[in-house]
Design a binder for this molecule. Structure first.
Ligand code: HEC
Length: 175
């Protein structure tokens, strides 16, 4: 008597185990401490935007990553999204932080270049439906660029850093 051929597990069983595995991985990911603490650091010195309109565009388009007034929606608490958001906020604040105007910041030119080139705000951020207000129309862009130039002229940061890293002393007045 020959034994029946071994049957492979049906697709349904494979999918079930696959889904269970994914759920377990996602649950384990929540245990990683990185990206869980969302207490914003204090504002040490707020940059003085020249008008409420400019301040609003900057807050809406840049503020989540370049200020200490980050808004943290519920999904920023769920790994792995929380890891990506944390890295964006840490990187953004490190490069340009308009809540810490008492510290060295990139030059007005460097900031304007990011806006003009369309690199900032990042596409991965503006593409989210709840960030629609972060998208810059060409009028917003011009308002923000002019506003930033005015702000740097009237109220420059403590120092200007070169290449987003080492601060160097400002030469003469104005900067
Ligand atoms: C989703 C988060 C996010 C938003 C929103 C955002 N940025 Fe950034 N920005 C970053 C990160 C992260 C960096 C660090 C460099 C990099 O990874 O590209 C950065 C870098 C910069 C730099 C530094 C470049 C240099 O030369 O050091 C400037 C200036 C800048 N952003 C301006 C802006 C402006 C202006 C806005 C709003 C119009 C904006 N960013 C919106 C995340 C963001």
């Amino acid at each position: 008597m020959t034994s029946p051929p071994r049957r492979r597990p049906p697709l349904r069983t494979l999918l079930k185990w696959g889904a269970l595995g994914a759920v377990v991985l996602l649950a384990l990911a929540q245990l990683v401490p990185y990206g869980r603490s969302h207490t914003n650091p204090p504002v040490t010195q707020a940059a003085k935007f020249p008008s409420a309109a400019v301040a609003k565009v900057a807050a809406d388009s840049c503020g989540d990553c370049h200020s200490n007034l980050t808004k943290w929606p519920w999904y920023t608490n769920v790994a792995p999204v929380s890891w990506l958001v944390q890295s964006d906020v840490d990187g953004g604040r490190e490069h340009w932080n308009f809540s810490e105007w008492n510290k060295a910041q990139p030059s007005a030119d460097a900031v304007v270049r990011q806006i003009q080139s369309g690199e900032m705000p990042p596409l991965k951020y503006t593409i989210m439906p709840n960030h629609a207000s972060a998208r810059l129309s060409s009028a917003d862009k011009q308002l923000l660029i002019d506003g930033i130039r005015q702000m740097y002229a009237a109220d420059p940061p403590a120092a200007i850093k070169q290449n987003g890293s080492k601060p160097y002393a400002m030469v003469g007045a104005g900067g």
